[in-house]
Design a protein around this ligand. Structure first.
Ligand code: NAD
Length: 374
């Protein structure tokens, strides 16, 4: 089977779908790998490293796309590139399927099996392929690093002959994968950390990282069977905002990570909460690509509020640590292929009844097969 790694087309994308180490592992399994010239450059992997790992460097992107059995990339392809794929090919990438019905139709029409990385089930079995988690973990880390860099003070407490500096206060809103890593990073950097989530079950996790869980009584909230947060009522949102305004006003860095899977991000930090924050404080909105958790955050911009905080809206923060983000994503892709690799036929076995495949295969054999997108 022929695997092709094209250069990412999205302008600010720095990651690459396969790094040389995974190329070597795939070639050992028996697949051949083609990499478009320069595909790894933005994540610091040279063509020569890919060649050494056994890949063929190609320059004719259209030809490689039309001949590949498996195309792997980070971001979704353009409609035009879907039409170039060969019938029966496998396409593995993030697809943003809830907002891309036209793209899904195009995959179906071309007879391509489209795998959506964000739809890999969040189960123990599929953990090694879970790219949402591997990338959110790095985004959570970098949100704190970025916030600390833009802050006008230090994070840890310092006792010096010149006086004592109190630790900065970090408030993390949303304690999923990114939020937990943000808490851990801020703690490691010496900050005093508080966190809030609508799912009460995370309180223990917050405490185990040495942070304080902010308790706001919202009545019945809970989570879905999949572990995602349920949408709040208007009254619950108001209660939450009142409770959080005080914490925001005391904080030096606020990191928001609350996404609602497949839906626009909830607006949690209101303009009153923003203007109530200290001059020189920082908000990092990790949900900015889904519309943002913070009123006033703008994608890929830093907004300075007069006499207030600066709001950082950099999208896909994991891309700022591209070496490790690519390494983790590449591992997720390799693990996916390896898991379904059938050595006897030297093919990737696609049993759509499989619990992982039934979650993430969107189109197959000319039609949309995923229940949620049919
Ligand atoms: P996410 O990115 O969808 O959301 C981040 C966090 O924001 C979540 O904890 C959510 O509860 C919270 N949130 C949503 N609305 C909020 C609001 N209005 N105010 C405050 N917080 C709000 O979450 P995620 O990181 O993708 O994780 C989702 C769930 O999946 C978690 O329970 C996580 O533990 C679970 N998970 C399980 C596995 C596994 O079992 N293999 C892997 C990854 C994640």
């Amino acid at each position: 089977m022929r695997v092709f790694v094209p250069c990412e087309a999205f302008p600010s994308e720095t990651r690459v779908a396969l790094i040389p180490e995974s190329v070597q592992k795939l070639t050992s399994l028996g697949l051949s790998v083609e990499v478009e010239r320069g595909a790894g450059l933005d994540s610091y992997f040279l063509d020569t490293a890919y060649e050494k790992a056994g890949a063929l460097i190609v320059t004719d992107r259209s030809e490689a796309l039309s001949q590949a059995d498996v195309v792997v990339r980070v971001r979704k392809p353009s409609l035009e590139e879907v039409s170039q794929l060969k019938r029966g090919a496998l396409h593995i990438s993030f697809l943003d399927p809830f907002n891309e019905s036209e793209l899904i139709d195009a995959f179906a029409k071309t007879g391509v099996t489209a795998i959506s990385m964000e739809m890999i089930p969040r189960t123990t079995l599929a953990q090694k392929m879970d790219a949402l988690s591997s990338q959110a973990n790095l985004a959570g880390y970098f949100a704190v690093v970025k916030g600390a860099e833009r802050l006008n003070r230090i994070l840890p407490m310092m006792m010096t002959p010149a006086g004592t500096i109190a630790p900065s206060r970090v408030f993390v809103i949303g304690v999923g994968v990114a939020g937990l890593q943000a808490i851990a990073t801020a703690k490691r950097m010496g900050a005093r950390v508080e966190a809030f989530d609508t799912r009460p079950v995370v309180e223990e996790q917050v405490k185990s990282l040495g942070a304080k869980f902010v308790k706001i009584d919202l009545g019945d909230t809970g989570q879905t069977d999949q572990g995602y947060a349920k949408e709040l009522t208007a009254e619950q949102i108001q209660k939450q905002q009142d409770g959080m305004a005080k914490i925001c006003a005391q904080s030096d860095i606020v990191v928001t990570t609350a996404k609602l899977f497949g839906r626009p991000a909830p607006k949690i930090v209101t303009s009153e909460m923003v203007t109530g924050m200290k001059f020189g404080s920082v908000i990092v909105d990790l949900a900015v690509e889904g519309g943002g958790n913070v009123v006033g955050s703008k994608l890929d911009e830093e907004v300075q509020i007069e006499n207030g905080p600066r709001i950082i809206g950099t999208g896909a923060l994991e891309g700022r640590v591209a070496v490790h983000a690519s390494q983790m994503y590449s591992s997720n892709i390799y693990n996916f292929i390896e898991h379904f690799w059938d050595a006897e036929s030297s093919r990737i076995g696609l049993n759509l009844e499989d619990e992982i495949l039934s979650g993430c295969v969107i189109t197959n054999d000319g039609s949309t097969v995923h229940e949620q997108f049919k």
